[in-house]
Design a protein around this ligand. Sequence first.
Ligand code: PGA
Length: 249
Amino acid sequence: MRRPMVAGNWKMNLGRSEASALAQGLVDGVDDVNNAEVLICPPYVHIADAEAIVSGSAVQLGAQNLSDQDAGAFTGEISGAMLKDYSCTHVIVGHSERRALYGETDELVAKKFAKAQEHGLIPVLCVGELLEEREAGNTESVVARQLDAVIQANGIAALENAIVAYEPVWAIGTGKTASPEQAQEVHAFIRNKLADMDSGIAEGLRILYGGSVKSSNAEELFSRADIDGGLIGGASLDAAEFLAICRAA
Ligand code: PGA
């Protein structure tokens, strides 16, 4: 039985005091979340404050990105070791905003995935198609290509200690959620594809859905066989709303 996970991706939002208030609100309410693992991924500069607030609670801490390098002359970068030092357990890699706006290629994402694991962090690997790609009937080939880049570089066994998030780009921040059927179809495709390589890993892998999840649509999405929780952007910025999503999982 896969334990569901709900992860909040705060993106580049919230000032320092707002970020701390949100983290505190989640700590205060997390005991009512019976089933799901709860993870927050604040902006880097808020991670130290968040660490102090979530320490000893069921709220886990992660980051939104990491460097593909370990240390040295890499201005503006943050390493996996640094994140580990601040009690991060997870890190998002290959978010579509990183791919589309900051030019992250499949190969770079595969390297970041490896770096995360080298530093003892669990990568939350994001995959998903653009609207044009869906309309052209290429959803599966795009998702397969993104997964294959990681598997070719790191081996299928690397997915044993990872999480995948299916985030159709056209559903992110648009208010346009994939229907539970559309999401389930891609989640099942991902699991079946991986099962061809290693059925145990495929069965154990948590595949989160992301893209305009809110408390009003979470339960229906999470009730599907291969949807093991969510990666939440906008709706993770409100403690009550995010906790309601967590309770739906
Ligand atoms: P959204 O973002 O929930 O605001 O659509 C999801 C994500 O990008 O992780």
